[in-house]
Design a protein around this ligand. Structure first.
Ligand SMILES: O=C(O)C(=O)C[C@]1(C(=O)O)C=C[C@@H](O)C=C1
Length: 352
């Protein structure tokens, strides 16, 4: 046999051994899966370092040549690690809000208006409910446009305890009265578990604001109702944390969740927050929930709101939220960023 032939025949043998090793590894992997099912049932973790060192000891006792003991250890350790990865993957809980659980888009029917069916919804209204007249003017404007929602804060989570805190239940009542008058669905924020029952009487959609995005007790309580919830992303919440927070609502039985990207905290100062535009398609890919964009809080400036609105709709947002006030200069909150009616008309032309 020539030297070349010998090399080839040795390589053939090695390749055959590879095949055998692969067959054995696959068999081993299936046994690990079977074993893990039992471990999961008895609440045992995937990783078992004691078992791993017992197995290594047993192997090394048989001698490692031509490998060094450390080399053999490395080879087997990588097999154990791969087993652990198989187990971790199987143990990953698939979330109720995940696309993996439900492939179709969730449509949320709010008294006949559907959110998430491809027709964008507009959620406009003042930052805060200040008086009946103020909300009435906005309601009239929205109903003339054929819009179906009105928003307005009554239980305001303000940065300073000395700032206007909202009209409370009286504010919710004003919003409800105006909503009924103009056939608009009402949206307002609640900030505490104790408000859920009371606010449910007045609202068609609960809002959970950025500051309460990980207030799990509030999310659980809202989850026990069946009312649609506009659930804003926290200013420092990453997408995975946000999705898991939404799961608190779904896990308690309420699947009527509308996600809302409202900008995150970054070093950038040109806008009030930094709109994470990529969150919109990512949330729509990873969950089956509708996603809307709050163009007021993400930008905090009126001059770019039209552009941002277009960008949001272009990346697939199911709607927009925006603050409108009959006279923003005397507004009790967010005076600088609420649109007056002329500015609203200009924006409306762009988006509708
Ligand atoms: O014996 C177990 O409990 C296993 O999960 C199997 C296995 C292995 O691959 O042999 C996998 C991971 C553990 O850290 C220990 C061992």
């Amino acid at each position: 046999m020539t030297q070349n032939n010998t090399i080839e025949s040795l390589r053939d043998k090695i390749a055959e051994l590879n095949d055998e090793l692969l067959k054995l590894l696959k068999e081993r992997g299936h046994l690990v899966e079977e074993l893990d099912e039992l471990k999961r049932k008895s609440g045992r973790p995937a990783y078992d370092p004691v078992r791993e060192s017992e197995m290594l000891e047993r192997l090394l006792k048989q001698g490692s040549a031509p490998y060094q003991p450390t080399q053999l250890q490395r080879i087997f350790k990588s097999i154990f690690d791969a087993s652990k990865e198989i187990q971790d993957e199987k143990r990953k809980k698939v979330l109720l809000v995940s696309r993996k659980t439900k492939a179709e888009d969730t449509h949320i029917d709010v008294n006949g208006t559907v959110i998430g069916d491809g027709t964008p919804v507009m959620m406009f209204g003042p930052c805060a409910v200040e008086s009946y007249e103020q909300v009435d003017q906005v309601g009239k404007l929205l109903s003339e446009k054929g819009e179906k929602f009105i928003r307005g804060g009554a239980l305001k989570p303000r940065t300073s305890p000395y700032d206007f805190q909202g009209l409370g239940e009286e504010g919710l009542k004003i919003l409800q009265d105006v909503g009924k008058k103009y056939n608009l669905n009402t949206i307002s924020e609640i900030v505490d578990t104790r408000q859920v029952e009371m606010a449910a009487e007045y609202l068609d959609v609960f809002q959970v604001g950025a500051r309460n995005s990980q207030n799990f007790e509030l999310l659980k309580e809202i989850g026990k109702t069946n009312k649609p919830v506009l659930f804003k992303r926290g200013m420092s919440t990453n997408i995975s944390e946000y999705i898991h927070a939404a799961e608190y609502i779904a896990a308690n039985g309420n699947n009527n969740i509308i996600l809302c990207e409202r900008g995150i905290r970054t070093f950038e100062k040109e806008t009030r927050n930094t709109l994470d535009i990529s969150a919109v398609p990512i949330l729509k890919r990873q969950t089956h929930l509708p996603v809307i964009v709050d163009i007021t809080h993400s930008t905090g400036r009126k001059d770019i709101m039209g552009d941002i609105a277009k960008a949001a709709l272009a990346v697939g947002a199911d709607g927009l939220m925006c603050e409108v006030h009959p006279n923003p200069s005397i507004a009790l909150s967010d005076a600088a960023q609420q649109l007056d009616f002329n500015e609203f008309e200009a924006l409306y032309k762009i988006i509708r």
